[in-house]
Design a protein around this ligand. Sequence first.
Ligand code: SF4
Length: 230
Amino acid sequence: NTITFTIERFDPDTDPAPHTETYTVEVNEGARVLDALHAVREQCDPSLTYRYCCGSGQCGSCSVRVDDEPVLACMQEASDGMAITPLNLPVERDLAVEMKSYLQEMGGITAGIFTGYLTMEANEAIRPIRDCIECLACVSECPALAVTDFAGPTAMRQEMRIALDPRDDRDRAALTVDEGLFTCTTCQRCLEVCPKHIKIPGKAIEKLREIAHREGLSLPRHEAVAEMVR
Ligand code: SF4
């Protein structure tokens, strides 16, 4: 099969801004977007930069946007005329975006709690929000994150996951209020784009808000405290 498609390219050392290149490559029937990217490297331009690892939808490292929708490149069928662009995150080079700082912040959410045993009940409660593969599709598409200090959908998911873990004793609802819990508009975009179909709005955001309301924390924490002393 011969397919022709575009890729947004950007080399921070030489390009003042991203630009679009068109490629025509030979691929097998049923080729995935990731196969098409490999074909560009092999047949047209070995400098094309993108991330991938497992190739089977389990690691989240190959996420890109195809025709303006985030996908895992290893799971999406390649098509003639597709437009491949990076996630809406700072671009390091071509389709490789800066994920490390966000994932480090996510790591900080869980730091120090994983000692001892998780109960069966807690494990069951956590199950619906556990299987994030850190593809950052939800972070790429979140409109609240783009315009506010909101920590982002999967950070909220991780906070709720830990809130359900009896080994953790921090006030997760209070922490998430400070991280922008109430700036999320529950637009459901994170659920639409999540390859693991994690229901972040219903299973994390709304639950954290319920806890925050019970604790009288419906305003950002410093404002709630200011209200109390007025
Ligand atoms: Fe990706 Fe879903 Fe995890 Fe967001 S919650 S990073 S979309 S797997």
